[in-house]
Design a protein around this ligand. Sequence first.
Ligand code: ATP
Ligand code: MG
Length: 584
Amino acid sequence: MITRMSELFLRTLRDDPADAEVPSHKLLIRAGYVRPVGPGLYSWLPLGLRVLRNIEAVVRAEMNAIGGQEILFPALLPRGPYEATNRWTEYGDALFRLQDRRSNDYLLGPTHEEFFTLTVKGEYSSYKDFPLRLYQIQTKYRDEARPRAGILRGREFLMKDSYSFDVDDDGLKKAYHAHREAYQRIFGRLGVRYVIVSAVSGAMGGSASEEFLAESEIGEDTYVRCLESGYAANVEAVITAVPDALPIEGQPEAKVYDTPDTPTIATLVDWANSALERTVTAADTLKNVMLKVREPGGEWELLGVGVPGDREVDDKRLGAALEPAEYALLDDADFAKYPFLAKGYIGPKALLANGVRYLVDPRVVDGTSWITGADEPGKHVVGLVAGRDFVPDGTIEAAEVREGDPSPDGAGPLVAARGIEIGHVFQLGRKYADAFEVDVLGEDGKPVRLTMGSYGVGVSRLVAVIAEQHHDEIGLRWPSSVAPFDVHVVIANKDSAARAGAEELAADLDRLGHEVLLDDRQASPGVKFKDAELLGMPWIVVVGRGWADGVVELRNRFTGETREIPVDAAAADIAAALASPNVR
Ligand code: ATP
Ligand code: MG
């Protein structure tokens, strides 16, 4: 079928929308692919929906290719099963909860582990039924704290979620690798540049877990790589390389000093460099950050986090380390409640003496000596030795990871970059099978508990991600695999023979099996070219002035290359060009 611009439900905009910050958001709005409906909610207009459906088709084909069977759950789900796994509570404010007319509790599914598990339990009962891979492409709801960048982080979004069910760990590993490879094929076909990084499994529980991050400056995820070894991890998942413990014997006694007006690390370091007979840097100080933490359904509790003073606490790492608990920095009212907390001068001693849980950065090994708060305003202690003067309750991976830090595998320094999460694969193990006691009859006649994997792809997010990676200053540039149309034929000649020729060319391309967008509007060539560039079809055919000389122009929107094609064989020539993918 040929789609005519004169009939297409589309209005392009000249100006960027006021609230859009990232290029993909601006362009998808300007080019009329999506429209805002409410915070984190968007409608899909014809062009946008075509891209979404194309991505969906690639995802579906690759899931089917690894033996995935597609099913579909409702988005509206009863509370019960999420209560059984505690996720009704653990999901916190991100879960949309609602009630029906009989006051029964429901939620809008943020992800569907519970119902996949229960469904398999309901249908299957023998080891012979496994392995099993099920998936759906379905709308998810999350009341995100910060919906962002249009469809990149929506509150309603389309996800492909699959789940594998196996009777043993070996089966789970196979399913995991099958998904990992399917994802590589999916993102390859979609023309996305990405990296695979180790991830933390978060609220889902489970062990092995990796994320697929699309390389992008505007990404919310930071990952690090070691170029020597190929190690790559989301910063949330980086395990600090722990230094060896140092001998405690022979270390000087801890000594308390008057250090007036030194509530910050910078002022403390200045003081130390003038008062002590050695060079001191922020890395010699121990900064204690006070938080309150609340486990799902629990009470707020104090937590002290000690990190070397040259490092900030990284909010995402802290969040991942404490998940599923909520946390917040102590405010002045909180400090007022605990007189033993001398703000700006907090040390390990008062925390431990008052029963406050105290976790430290893994670099704070036994025998390390610190300059830190002495728990009185205007006082610090020098030479406080870990393992001698204080014994923390444990370690926490909360300090920032920096470029140049040693790779955990010891192979070299880390380099950092940003990305957008487009897929996540993880081995859940038996968390959900345990919660619902999903046993099947084993080969030896004894019950075996199922083990599961869970695998997500952000289908609607990918529309924004691809736009983000493939655009220029004048518009979108879709890879052939997802473009709304294969070719955009622009009539830029008022001559009736040229018009008729363009119509005929469009009809020929259509007959050859291509999706054709035909700009048949009564508008100036300039307006039409601008729109064609903005909309971003991979190939643009211009039937213009050259018509009189027997040629049309073929433009590759991706490379910018332009060539003239004789009218006689135009359809066949253009079809040959279209057959080669434009990305990679
Ligand atoms: P993020 O860290 O970006 O919030 P997540 O780890 O919560 O993502 P998963 O639960 O692993 O996401 O969901 C699977 C996939 O769904 C993600 O890899 C991502 O591509 C997509 N996704 C998650 N949240 C959103 C959202 N709010 N809007 C659009 N896509 C999303
Ligand atoms: Mg994830």
